[in-house]
Design a protein around this ligand. Structure first.
Ligand code: ADP
Ligand code: MG
Length: 371
């Protein structure tokens, strides 16, 4: 469908009503758009930030057509929607991001192939189609390596670290239940960074500052943004290479590993706003959700993003919220976001906290509270 710039008062349809959908909705509504959300959970966070709510599975074509009927543009908060469904929607409705990029990136194998052929440095990897591939993996990648399911993994789910030959039986079981998968060399990490960017329909592009990320149990724990990361320009160069191969519209994030020799590897790409970009709501002049909405609305992107202050963001998982919630009232400097999920579970992302006045030691105070 041909694209026109959305007028104020138009409706943006969002597939997925989690925290990302909710924060997109907040940005959209501030700019005068209405929001329609589709989600299988009728208590999802975005439900109460939306003008219209459609209670249906993500791949329910009838419900998606209903969403399309309500919407002047459709976007999504997560990348695991079926490519065929998104392709069918793109024919009838305005889906500015299209469907091809999602299809490439939702499969770790095609994702890595695309990154590699762009000339960017990807983590050494191999395709694993059956347990017999393991010999080749050991030979080429050595121990330790990490098996990752090609489809649908997140927050470390669908992954197995294989440290030595004794763990090969476990690896065989994993492969039997998870094919297709990829095997990746385990990088001895010095640190992890990510860079969030937004691409407009006209090809213009804007970058957020480099985000330094600390994971615990493969889930993002903390993001620090100083605006002065020494690998900022190398990371941007890598993203630009990837962008020649993969067509982006909207906000996306590239995750990188940095090894002990300060070498940068691309880990993965999320074609949507990302957890490590949440600090931008308070710390930057545009949030990653603002620029996402600007781009799907066909509006012009800002020339640059300004970081007002260095920032730290901590995720609040179920168990963290339990510890922290009774102390929020004492800390006006903690910008508290609680997503409003009904069910609180260990390791489920329930909210996050962003802290800006780092010079006042608020970071230390927060971490001591968490202990
Ligand atoms: P997810 O889709 O769950 O985010 P990732 O591939 O980003 O999956 O893995 C989650 C985390 O696990 C990474 O951020 C990193 O901390 C660790 N990890 C994953 N792959 C590797 C690797 N090849 N070498 C070292 N650490 C890794
Ligand atoms: Mg990741």
């Amino acid at each position: 469908m041909s694209f026109t710039k959305l007028k104020v008062g138009s409706t943006i349809g969002i597939i997925g009503g989690g925290q990302l959908g909710k924060m997109m909705a907040h940005s959209a509504q501030r700019m005068g758009f209405k929001v329609a959300v589709l989600d299988p959970d009728d208590t999802c966070p975005a439900r109460f930030s939306a003008h219209h709510f459609i209670h249906a599975p993500y791949n329910d074509m009838e419900a998606l057509i209903q969403l399309g009927g309500l919407s002047d543009a459709i976007t999504y908060e997560f990348e695991n929607i079926s490519g065929d469904t998104l392709a069918a929607l793109s024919e009838k409705f305005n889906v500015p991001q299209g469907f091809r990029t999602v299809v490439t990136l939702q499969n770790r194998l095609t994702e890595k192939n695309a990154i590699e052929s762009s000339g960017a440095q990807v983590v050494p990897y191999m395709h694993v189609s059956n347990p017999d591939s393991l010999n080749r993996v050991v030979e080429h990648l050595g121990y330790p390596f990490i098996l990752k399911t090609a489809f649908g993994g997140y927050d470390g789910k669908g992954q197995l670290v294989v440290n030595n030959a004794e763990q090969l039986t476990e690896a065989v079981d994993f492969i039997k239940s998870e094919v297709p998968c990829v095997a990746e060399q385990m990088i001895m990490l010095a640190s992890e960074i990510s860079i969030t960017a937004t691409a407009a329909l006209d090809g213009s592009l804007v970058f957020f500052p480099v985000q330094e990320n600390i994971h615990r149990h493969q889930i993002l724990y903390k993001t620090t943004v100083t605006g002065t990361h020494q690998l900022q320009s190398s990371a941007i160069e890598e993203v630009k290479k990837i962008m020649k191969n993969i067509h982006f519209v909207g906000t996306f994030t590239v995750e990188f590993f940095i090894d002990q020799n300060n070498k940068l590897y691309v880990n993965e790409i999320a074609p949507r706003p990302h957890n490590s970009g949440h600090y931008s709501i308070e710390a930057c002049d545009y949030s990653q959700f603002d620029t996402h909405i600007l781009s799907v609305a066909g509006w012009t992107l800002p020339e640059r993003i300004t970081l007002h202050q260095p920032a730290v963001m901590y995720n609040l998982l179920g168990q963290d919220l339990e510890i922290m919630e009774d102390t929020f009232h004492e800390h006006p400097d903690w910008h508290v976001h609680v997503y409003g999920k009904e069910i609180r579970k260990n390791d489920r992302k329930m909210g996050h906290v962003t802290i800006l006045n780092l010079f006042n030691d608020y970071e230390t105070i927060y971490e001591e509270r968490m202990r």
